[in-house]
Design a protein around this ligand. Structure first.
Ligand code: SF4
Length: 417
């Protein structure tokens, strides 16, 4: 579904970003902080352990910001992700925020999120983050059980996670998001229910619940060769459905496969841009950008990223533009991961779409409401396969309902399938 990335570009900002004219309003801005204190055994994200290059990275990001000056209109979301953004000291974050304000326009009501490892949280530091304009924290809690945290190789303890949440509230954050992870071997639904209850005690505005998966090349994958560390797809489906029911009952909107919000207003404005194919600019190693048609991405390696910026060039490793059919399919792929689903017009281009829609509705995976095809929670379980029923070019390879029913859960951080 993707185009072919081109080789190294000229790095000319004028050719990379949109012109600022005829541009859909309110893009999002992402800053990737690629540092972690240690490597968690399940994580396959690119990150560097050790902070010696953090000052060079910060200067490079500031340089990248200046190179993009004037290419994007005002951003209404800013997201510091990683890696571990909470490794940034207050002066380092202040310097980045100053560079952003100097070169970009940021909507005064922008959602500004920073990912926090509970182990880095301290009341005064969180207060300072808040003073710098951060108004939403995403806390990588993962579990409120020490046994789980040890299995996951996390730095923090359950009591530290609870303290971080208390401090976050005290520091004035009224938008908190928690990451939780299910699917650890040997844990029961009752264990998971207690974990959810511990999270709900803090009334977080947002929750992301991911299934633990084993990614190639990780320490967990090496351990798994000895035959441990995964639950079955069948069990994962049970956890998924239980999570959805439990959180919906607690008043949360299951608005995306892995994401829950206490009301529409608490959905992640920034992540909605990815799912709704809105424009965004990504800064830092490995960050991706999208201007509504074209997508480009930075060097993943910190060394290559720093080198390009040292030479005054944008650190772009590749780019692609999708064909109209690819765009339509991507729209469906992302749309079917959201409770809102997709407008019926976007299905109408495919042959036999009404017949297929009727089949999926009869199966209980989609429902038609307000001119949209919306996935049910059962539909979320096969979300990545739903677009295949409306793919013109891929029709011949479409699996029948029997094949689709085997769709398993296989998320790693972000995805259920
Ligand atoms: S899970 Fe988070 S903290 Fe752990 S290595 Fe990956 S990015 Fe770093």
């Amino acid at each position: 579904m993707t185009g072919v990335p081109v080789a190294e570009t000229s790095g000319n900002p004028a050719s990379m970003g949109p012109s600022g004219k005829n541009f859909p309003p309110a893009p999002g801005l992402y800053v990737h902080v690629p540092f972690c204190r240690g490597k968690c055994p399940y994580c396959d994200f690119y990150s560097v352990t050790g902070l010696s290059l953090l000052p060079a990275w910060r200067q490079a990001v500031e340089q990248e910001i200046s190179l993009y000056r004037g290419t994007f209109p005002a951003f209404d979301s800013l997201y510091f992700g990683g890696g571990t953004p909470s490794l940034l000291s207050v002066p380092e974050l202040a310097a980045l925020m100053a560079a952003i304000h100097r070169h970009f326009s940021l909507d005064p009501a922008a959602e500004i999120t920073l990912e926090v490892n509970p182990d880095d949280a301290a009341l005064e530091k969180l207060r300072e983050y808040r003073r710098l304009g951060v108004n939403r924290l995403s806390l990588g809690v993962q579990s409120f059980r020490d046994r789980d945290l040890r299995f996951l190789g996390r730095r923090h303890t359950a009591s530290r996670a609870a303290a971080a949440l208390t401090w976050a509230r005290e520091a004035g954050f009224d938008r908190l998001s928690l990451d939780l992870m299910y699917g650890l071997p040997g844990r029961t639904l009752a264990d998971w229910e207690r974990n959810l209850a511990a999270a709900l005690a803090f009334r977080p505005e947002h929750l992301s619940c991911y299934r633990l998966t084993v990614e190639p090349g990780t320490a967990l994958a090496r351990r798994r060769r000895k035959g441990r560390d995964l639950i079955s797809d069948e069990a994962a489906r049970e956890f998924f459905l239980f999570t959805s029911a439990c959180l919906e009952e607690a008043g949360y909107l299951h608005y995306e496969v892995s994401n829950f919000a206490r009301g529409e207003e608490n959905r992640s404005r920034h992540n909605l841009k990815y799912w709704q194919r809105r424009p965004y600019l990504g800064l830092g190693p490995g960050a991706h950008s999208f201007d509504g048609r074209r997508r480009w991405w930075n060097h993943r390696s910190l060394a290559a990223y720093l080198k390009a910026l040292d030479q005054g060039k944008l650190p772009i490793a590749g780019e692609e533009a999708l064909t109209p059919e690819q765009e339509r399919l991507e729209h469906l792929l992302l749309g079917f991961r959201m409770k809102d689903g997709v407008a019926l017009e976007s299905l109408a281009g495919a042959a036999r779409w009404q017949e297929n829609l009727a089949a999926l509705t009869a199966r209980g995976w989609l429902k038609v409401e307000g001119g949209r095809a919306r996935p049910t929670v059962q539909g979320f379980l096969v979300a990545d396969r739903l677009p295949l029923w409306f793919a013109d070019s891929g029709r011949a390879a479409l699996p029948g309902p029997g094949g689709l029913a085997k769709g398993g859960l296989s998320s790693s951080g972000n995805d259920i399938f």
